[in-house]
Design a protein. Structure first.
Length: 187
């Protein structure tokens, strides 16, 4: 085999290795929600299957360190938005929520749950330097993130007015997709 052909074959064989490496890294770090879904399938972590079925009795922590009961927000649909200041896809999702602010105020309660390791101070500093504050801003506990199988950010949890979890979605959604899910919550 000529040397040029061998080099071409080696390059072609390297492509799958690079793709698999990217999926493994981006999927386990939460950088790429689609890669996370692939890794969940490969590792047998069935996405939202096994996620908790109700938010009744669950708690988070406000940015001043006080415990907050999530069922305080019931009576209308609730969207739990698990996010982090360091996650690029969360910016897109928070922009969608910001654009829908007045609509969401009338139809649902948006609860943003940061999973930042830097704690409330990191979130406060981020929110002070940006215009991305949305809904109620809280800190997710590790237990809360575990209950909803949060393995990538953003993860959105759609809850009906009675507190039943109806969907756990990993990734960003546009306004139309959010409206459609809210309509299902009301039916």
């Amino acid at each position: 085999m000529p040397a040029g052909a061998l080099a071409t074959v080696l390059k072609v064989l390297a492509i799958p290795a690079v793709v698999v490496g990217y999926i493994a890294v981006a999927g386990t770090t939460g950088f790429c929600p689609n890669c996370t879904k692939v890794m969940d399938t490969v590792l047998g972590r069935g996405g939202s299957a096994g996620a908790t079925q109700s938010i009744a009795g669950l708690t988070a922590v406000d940015l001043d360190g006080r415990e907050v009961q999530l069922d305080e927000y019931l009576g209308r649909p609730v969207i739990l938005d698990f996010w982090a200041t360091w996650c690029p896809p969360r910016l897109k999702q928070r922009q969608v929520f910001a654009a829908m602010a007045s609509e969401l105020e009338e139809s649902a309660q948006l609860v943003a749950l940061s999973v930042d390791r830097g704690g409330p101070d990191a979130v406060k500093a981020h929110l002070a330097d940006s215009d991305h504050a949305i809904g109620v801003e809280l800190m997710a506990t590790e237990e809360l993130a575990r209950l909803f199988n949060v393995s990538a950010i953003p993860t959105l949890v759609f809850v009906d007015a009675q507190g039943s979890v109806r969907e756990v979605f990993t990734g960003s959604l546009d306004a139309a997709a959010i409206r459609a899910r809210l309509a299902k919550l009301k039916s």
